[in-house]
Design a protein around this ligand. Sequence first.
Ligand code: HEC
Ligand code: HEC
Length: 474
Amino acid sequence: MKNKLLLFSALGLCVFLLSNFKIHTNSFIFTVVNEEPELPEVPFSYEDVEFPEHLLSTEIDTLDPGYRSGGVDTLAFELLENDVATLGRVLFYDKKLSALENISCASCHRQSLSFAENKPFSEGISAPTRRNSMHLNDIAWTNNEDFFWDMSQTDLTEMISLPLTDENEIGANMDEISVKLGLTNYYPELFENAFGDQEINEGRIVDALVNFISSMTTFNSRFDQEAANGFEGFTQQENLGKELFSINCSTCHSQGRHADIFIDFPMDPETSTLEFMPFLFNNGLPEDPDDHGAGEWNPAFSNLFKLPTLRNIELTAPYMHDGRFSSLEEVVNFYSKESETNEWSIFIPDGGFQFSDQEEKALVSFLKTLTDDSFLTNPRWSDPFGNSTSIPENGFDDLVIKPNPFSEQSILEFDNSLGKLTSINIYTSGGRLMKHDNFTSNTYAFNKTEFSPGIYIIEIIQGDRRQTQKLIVN
Ligand code: HEC
Ligand code: HEC
């Protein structure tokens, strides 16, 4: 059931394009960017994860409430294998996985940004993602069981595997991918190293990706270093921030064993919702009419979103499921002055925590102590192809759609005086392609008769220029 929602997952999106690529073949410029990957002779070690003492200790209350010890689920790490993760690294960065060979996992999950993106929505090949790309640091030990902003996926292997295979939703043909990878100089050997023979299949591809992303741990922030010596090296401001965080924020954002603090939380065992409870929350953002979070797979959880880990949070702006805040200052200011109380954000007073300016600054500087710079440059997780993984974005400076929102008719306009062939794709807000058309004029008209009220995503493509825009129909 929940998997239906995977339609929106951007991971799926990259493969979803396989089914649509005929539409686009004229409009994209093909560039072969990937040569062969450069890999170390002895594989990097992904298996030996060194856990800092404060995460392994089984004593519970030695540290602040937000940082319970004993929080690491070491099982996830014991299953990692160096050769499998090495293959995963290549797959993660290899644009060959996508039909048009112009997108990889890393296009939306960049190492320099703790495997997140620096814009609210990422560009898939044919439509923007519906939600803000999520950082992948600490996947294995934070919320090892629940994925996506709405936590609709409870198993990492299934999460990666489903959108790759479901014909109706994404329509990827895994056989084609397997053949394609088999024809390269490097995959047969990588599969052999990883699995003992050269067979390439979906299960192995997924396994390798899971091994690779599960190995991404950040245990080397200043916070971790200071935790070992009682935070003596923290500035006064950082210590104030830590104190404020422990009192006000760690009720939800605990970095340790999340379940500890929810033991007394009232819940109804009959509804068997318990397994999801510790991780889904609402933080008092005004209701988002475009996105009901977990409410999309269970109405009882409307407007609840995953509690993201705040490790490396400094690097993963913009923030929240829709990337609405562009800085940590804005986030803290929101919690301070604007947050609204509802039954799921009871830990936040109505109207916010009312921090002073000095306290807001202290919270921001504390959040920055969670940054682990070594994670961003660690070669284990780096691009073996050495390519830039960003998608070039050449938009149309002068493109306007007016009126927008519209009730009867709206016109898209831009300078196309050379009469170049231009493609237009119209998507529902859920990413489903509704209409495809070509034109060579300066304008394109939208008529009310073709739409029901709602939000649509318009994509214009001309040569290597491409732009997406929201269209609202009243
Ligand atoms: C076009 C951009 C894009 C591509 C390509 C992409 N992702 Fe994502 N990824 C996202 C977005 C957006 C989300 C959040 C989706 C949601 O919540 O609905 C996400 C979520 C995830 C999550 C869940 C993280 C969490 O904490 O719950 C994982 C894991 C993930 N992606 C891994 C991958 C892997 C592996 C690949 C390549 C096979 C990939 N992604 C390709 C954009 C992308
Ligand atoms: C009631 C639970 C709750 C409390 C208390 C809370 N948060 Fe959150 N926080 C959340 C949820 C849920 C999200 C994700 C919301 C979304 O995307 O819609 C979130 C998101 C965030 C994000 C953005 C994460 C990202 O990856 O984009 C930051 C930063 C953050 N919180 C910091 C704080 C700070 C600082 C405090 C204390 C002042 C705090 N939070 C208190 C539940 C909470």
